[in-house]
Design a protein around this ligand. Structure first.
Ligand SMILES: [Zn+2]
Length: 179
């Protein structure tokens, strides 16, 4: 009997599932728990009438050191995006603007401002849920964090719990149209 190495599409594992987990799912699974915390933050924004986006910042050991959700309406602050709020909280907790070793976890692909802020904060990693094809700056419209001209380029893990993150937004905007 000859041993064969099973590969994709072989009779043992069957064909690759087109509806299967998104790319980078092995790396992404590790961040599902913090993404659920970010989702809880996003729901808080939605309840307050703001676009439901939530974020958490993890330190190098994986502990949550900052949380935030979209807060533009309440604070009348154009920079009141979930990522900014969470990174400010994390920086306050650490007593430093540098978030070396930290991971930003956010339910929606960051915009140019937040992607820029993540680079400025020197986070090690950006993990996001839903892709934002209209304004995303971490791979969709732009790729601000992985621009080769930058010295600091965080690692990116995309589409962690993307379905849940996206449907929260879809439901929010659908509800708005009904009103
Ligand atoms: Zn933003």
């Amino acid at each position: 009997m000859t041993e064969t190495v099973p590969g994709p599409g072989d009779p043992v594992h069957g064909p690759p599932d087109p509806h299967g987990p998104p790319r980078e799912d092995a790396a992404g699974a590790e961040f599902e728990a913090p993404m659920r915390l970010a989702l809880a933050e996003a729901r808080r924004a939605g309840e307050a009438g703001d676009v439901p986006v939530g974020a958490v910042v993890l330190d190098a050991s994986g502990s949550v050191i900052g949380t935030g959700h979209n807060d533009r309406e309440r604070t009348a602050d154009p920079t009141g995006h979930a990522e900014i709020v969470a990174m400010r909280a994390a920086a306050t907790a650490l007593g430093s603007w540098r978030l070396d070793g930290c991971t930003l976890v956010v339910t929606l692909e960051p915009c140019t401002m937040c992607a820029g802020a993540a680079v400025q904060a020197r986070v090690d990693r950006v993990v996001y849920g839903a892709v934002d094809l209209k304004a995303g700056a971490v791979g969709s419209l732009w790729d601000v964090v992985r621009d080769r001209r930058l010295n600091h380029r965080p690692e990116v893990i995309a589409e962690v719990l993307a379905g849940e993150c996206g449907s929260l937004l879809t439901e929010f905007f659908a509800g708005r149209r009904v009103r």
